[in-house]
Design a protein around this ligand. Sequence first.
Ligand code: F6P
Length: 727
Amino acid sequence: MPLIDRLLSEWLRGDMELRAQSVRQEIETPIARQVDSDQPSDLVRYLERIAAEEHLVAILICGVGGSTVASTPFAPPDVSCGTRAASGAADPARVIATARGSVQVSAFPLTDNTAAGRSVLLVHDASFVDRRRATARDYILTFVAVSAVVLSLLFVSGAWWAFRRWARVLLNDIRGRHFREDARSASLSLPILAQLREVLRELEDRQRLEIEYQENWTPSALQHVVREFLKSPELLIVSNREPYIHSFDAAHVPRVQIPASGMVTALEPVVRACQGTWIAHGSGDADRSVVDRRDGISVPPHAPSYRLRRVWLTAEQEEGYYYGLANEGLWPLCHLAYVRPEFRESDWRQYVAVNERFAAVVAEEADSESPVVLIQDYHFALLPAFIRQHRRDATIVHFWHIPWPNPETFGVCPWKSDLIAGLLQADILGFHTRYHCQNFLDAVDRYVEGQIDHEHMTVTVRDHTCQISAYPISIEWPPRHESSTASAEVCREAVRARYDIPPGATLGLGIERWDFTKGILERFSALQHLFDTRPQLRGRITLLQVVAPSRSKLPAYRALQERTLAKVTELNEQFGDRGWKPIVLVAEHQEPEQVFELYRAADFCLVNSLHDGMNLVAKEFVAARDDEDGVLILSTFTGASRELVEALLVNPYDAIETAAAIEAAVHMPRDERRERMCLMRRTVKHNNVFRWAGRMLVDAAQVRQRQRLAARSRAPKARTPLIGTGL
Ligand code: F6P
């Protein structure tokens, strides 16, 4: 605007100046002739005519010294020969603002000899310059405004069109759940579109995971919990039993074996998904020969994904801590199987020492801030307290895999208060059922000093709060060996052929560690009752009983083994006939793939534990039956019976009831078997082990968050002494 303004004024003034020059040439001679005549009125008339013809405001003839020789009438009072003289002649054209508007005054000397020393002032009306400038400014403003509107409209419609194309492509992507650059949208693959797709993809992944861990827990949902909720901490898992045991075979070559342990079955897929370090007792005779310098080994052997750190125990330690306090003391104490617990002071000392040793190993292995330590089972009741002495910042989750009895029963243990106090140093203490949680709280109430919050199921002892919760353990879903094992039909034929089971006999399966809690003898009694009372069923049922020898050093276990063998012999002699035996006993450890084959081959599975925290055999049997067949007979004293309510539930101490359940299993129609199995499969799939671990880890994340907040609100108190010290 200022530029155009200036150019326009210069141009118009230049134009006026040119016109002044031509007027000057026209009037110079006539003026020279008349200026000294004695008829001054003729000169004024002449000037008037010229002014009218040339659209001049006024013409002034100036004499020497600034006097006015002649002038047209009505010359603006602000314009006079005096002012002109005062301004000097250097500027031939000047714009003067007058009361009637601005005028341009062009001055030039008369060069004719007769008029020498005089000059002429030609006064042009210059107000039109301002008017033209104002008009031009209006035009420009209007043009700019109109252009802006037109350009904006063009831009907005262009942007709208482009946006609609992007939106269409994106909507198609979203509808098709497909965020890859395809040929059709390649031309649109601007960075912004690519970023949008990226965000959408992330959102979709997140949503899928959220759905997964609310509906269908998977390893990736569990990994998501570790990453997003716990912010990927260092994970340390501690258990007595190791997931892989190396033993020398006959040729002194180390062979790996997976132990018969519900804890290992459940935890191994979790650790595989989350990685971390699993710390456990190295119990195999070839274990030392395969570890690295830090006593570790990467496992699983065929696809390593986490580190197993082995802890070595002396024979004396193993004797006192594992066989003694854990398995002769706590195991019978917590399982109501009517085997008397043994408590020896020497065992207790070893138990304390081994718990201390494992705490030292945890401290040694933890090389980051705030690690998460997941402790397993009754072997490590004191471990939370010992770990706290090394690492106050650790988040400790302790899961008690066996039942917790009522306070009277637990009260016979001489070290009950120490055990409870040790456990309460965990941040979370988990049991399979709410009933066990309640038993534990009752024991706390009775045997230790602490503040119990029944509403939130927490116990606070000297500023430390432990949350007690029920997390029913489970198994991996889909089961690991599902795809690698043959169909149920093929398994049935293979197993029957292997164990010589006649084609007409219904195949029942009993499979477990050779333990007095499992109700093995009670199962045989039920079978005996059945064959006694229903002779027509003789020859029509065979029980394949697989027992994995366990804790055989202990008298109670050896006694059970002897009684089992004797009872099998008794029944087979009593009812066996023409090659048919009511019981086929297989006393050996079987690898998980073999166990899976047995599950598929069985017509019914008998899980009649006298007492069991959960019992994963029941869940594994259900998981193996993708043919939706097979009947589960389940003890009401297992944690599993709370979930698998479609099983035939029995009191294992009641031989008549158990016998009736076996008979019902034999006669159950296919439709009913399918319906029950489908419902149980749905439960196990839904409540799989990733849910078990995921829920515990989500709670651990919440505990960490609360502790951080509590530490923050405590911080000002801690800093109080510094006030006034200048720090
Ligand atoms: O039931 C508790 C439990 O720890 C199981 O997880 C496991 O099967 C068993 O006890 C331990 O057996 P072992 O003494 O052979 O490790």
